[in-house]
Design a protein around this ligand. Structure first.
Ligand SMILES: Nc1ncnc2c1ncn2[C@@H]1O[C@H](COP(=O)(O)OP(=O)(O)O)[C@@H](O)[C@H]1O
Ligand SMILES: [Mg+2]
Length: 510
């Protein structure tokens, strides 16, 4: 590509502080026509802040942003962006649950009209065209609140496409999408890029970049550390740019642990039934074993985690841990039996954001040992908290008395996972433990889970991240339409084969 091409987006020296904290320390960024440009960095590196500044949602302190060569005013807003041909899919998607798909699209791209009046028929037709252009099989009349997460993502993307934007910015939209859905999204981007549309694509899953992104810009602590072209994509080099040399070494250390021995059966699940399971589910898990459940969105793996974790009430079946029956519908009885659960939606359920890291680590829910103690030995708790912070590698390491919300997303997740493992549970059930978590924190969470398995915990993971599944689990169950479809061993399994297994079986169904 020639240097003379006017960039779609050109950011120069963009700076932003929140209170005393520097979120962006003068960042340059450029998006060319027809380019897919990945924006990478640890949780808290400044990616979303840069994007929100481009969108006019957050005001910049300094710097300049040009769109197709024309500067955006410092206080530019959504309308100016839309006029300039910029569209955004923010991390929270910004869809309205109680409206249907067509209206959600119309809210941004405009309602269809007839004789000057809003026409729902033409609004619906416009939405249908936008969806069809991306090969999305969702009815324009479907209520957004009733869609699966990957369908919502695709609606948000279709909405951005419907704006006829020249540049589309996608902020971590793939973070909870299973591989087959990501592939669909990638196809849509690649097709649109052919007609000159440029994309900024934020992800933590580096394997998505190969064959998709043309360039990648890496931010660290609010600075741009590198911009590399596809030819220069080298996994370790990118990881080093994201988390630094020391981080890379820690990560390589973390992935070097030997798998624990597989022992005798500890968990027996027999004919388990519940909402979202369309066939009774049975399986065993042995001591020292990590078992993963995965599949397309809505396949039932997340429901199964909820059932085993105590968040969803079963309608039938029996589950035994170490020969003793578990009362699945009863979270406090599960906790007394030594079972812990880390839900997928950490924003909503996982941690208490206003409490400190120490308080979160020692938070005792009903049924847990020590829950009824009125007076807590603070000094001791503080010492143990510091040990745990070290063990789980929470950063910054001085954060014991800091509120959880001040930590980056990856470090929050380390605390939440650490809390579940602190007491050495007999069983831990985790749902998408590293969705939206950066590479460094992800490796630490994986290490922590492996250590738990080696120490004798039964570890059950539901995951949308196929790379995580094939590297972390000993045995993998592929789910489809609420039942177990295939049981695979880790040996020789690749994310691609796993994607085929989950996709292939769903196609047969149709
Ligand atoms: N509204 C805000 N108020 C205070 N601090 C913020 C706000 N938004 C972001 N930050 C801080 O700015 C830094 C960059 O955050 P963000 O841009 O969200 O990172 P990323 O998207 O790369 O994970 C973080 O330290 C974050 O805590
Ligand atoms: Mg972000």
């Amino acid at each position: 590509m020639s240097e003379a091409v006017t960039p779609l987006i050109e950011a120069r020296g963009v700076a932003k502080r929140f209170g005393g904290a520097v979120a962006l320390a003068g960042v340059d960024f450029e998006l060319r026509p027809g380019e897919i440009h990945a924006l990478l960095g640890e949780n808290g590196a400044g990616k979303s802040t840069l994007i929100k500044i481009m969108a006019g949602v957050v005001a910049r302190d300094a710097g300049e942003i040009r769109v197709s060569g024309r500067p955006l005013t410092a206080a530019h807003g959504a309308a100016e962006c839309a006029a300039a041909g910029l569209a955004f899919v923010h991390q929270d998607l910004g869809l309205v649950d109680h409206l249907d798909v067509a209206e959600n699209i119309a809210l941004v791209s405009g309602y269809g009209r007839r004789h000057g009046l809003i026409s729902y028929r033409s609004t619906e037709r416009m939405a249908a065209e936008a969806l069809a252009a991306l090969a999305i099989e969702i009815s324009p009349r479907a209520l957004v609140g009733e869609l699966e997460q990957d369908q919502k993502v695709m609606v948000a993307v279709a909405r951005a496409f419907a704006l006829d934007a020249r540049a589309i910015v996608l902020d971590e939209v793939s973070s909870s999408l299973p591989a087959p859905a990501v592939r669909r999204l990638a196809q849509a981007l690649t097709a649109a890029r052919g007609s000159g549309v440029g994309f900024v694509y934020v992800t933590h899953r580096l394997e998505e970049l190969y064959g998709l992104a043309d360039r990648a810009t890496i931010l660290r602590d609010g600075r741009r550390v590198a911009t590399v072209t596809a030819a220069e994509f080298d996994h370790d080099r990118i990881v080093e740019a994201i988390i630094g040399r020391q981080g890379l070494e820690e990560l390589q250390d973390a992935s070097r642990a030997a798998p624990p021995e597989r022992g005798s059966v500890r968990l027996r699940v027999r004919e388990l039934q519940g909402p979202g399971l369309h066939q009774p589910v049975s399986f065993d898990v042995a001591a020292g074993e990590t078992v993963a459940f995965c599949g397309l969105v809505g396949c039932g793996s997340r429901t199964l985690a909820g059932l085993l974790g105590g968040a969803v009430r079963p309608t039938g079946g029996a589950v035994e841990l170490d020969g003793r029956p578990l009362r699945l519908g009863d979270p406090s009885s599960l906790r007394r039996a030594g079972c812990t659960y880390v839900p997928g939606d950490r924003q909503a359920e996982g941690g208490v954001y206003s409490l400190t890291v120490r308080e979160n680590l020692f938070l005792r829910r009903r049924g847990e040992p020590g829950a009824r103690l009125r007076m807590r030995p603070q000094g001791r708790e503080r010492r143990v908290a510091e040990e745990l912070i070290e063990r789980f590698r929470v950063r910054p390491s001085s954060s014991a008395e800091a509120p959880l919300w001040t930590l980056s997303g990856g470090n929050q997740q380390k605390v939440i996972t650490g809390r579940a493992l602190r007491t050495g549970p007999r069983m831990i059930v985790v749902d998408d433990p590293t969705a939206g978590v950066d590479v460094g924190s992800r490796a630490q969470i994986h290490r922590t889970l492996r250590e738990a398995a080696a120490a004798g915990s039964v570890v059950i993971v539901s995951s949308s991240d196929y790379e995580e599944v094939v590297t972390q689990a000993d045995r993998i169950f592929v789910m489809n339409h609420g039942r177990i479809d295939a049981e695979l061993e880790r040996e020789g399994l690749t994310p691609e084969r796993l994607a085929q297994a989950s996709y292939g079986s769903s196609k047969e169904e149709a």
